[in-house]
Design a protein around this ligand. Sequence first.
Ligand SMILES: [Zn+2]
Length: 138
Amino acid sequence: IVLLHALLYIALLPSFNLCLDPEWASYKLGIFICLNCSGIHRNLPEVSRVKSIHLDFWENDLVEFMKTHGNLWAKAKYEAKVPPFYYIPHSKDCLVLKEQWIRAKYEREEFVATSTAIKHPWLPCLGVGCRTVKVQCR
Ligand SMILES: [Zn+2]
């Protein structure tokens, strides 16, 4: 129970500002995702492993991993080199588009940062600025 609360607390931090209520998480990528995306991530066991926030057991080290990674971190790493006019699917787009995006992003790592030093965007809230950052769970 304590672990569950810790995880939800992490998911609701401003720096995890999500497009949707997170119900699922990829504990291999350290991101929180919605039901639709969890279905896609489930098909990519090489790069992503999915657990339910509410229903699955979360070991302490996995909770720590989630705390030190997260959606902003993944965005900084896996979307570092997205071309300026590349179409990133929105919540209402179909699953096929989302799957193509997720595969390009995590499986083929097409946009990944080449620098080994990824600036960690996981910062405490310092004001209104961080709340304006919208991170998509995809
Ligand atoms: Zn999603």
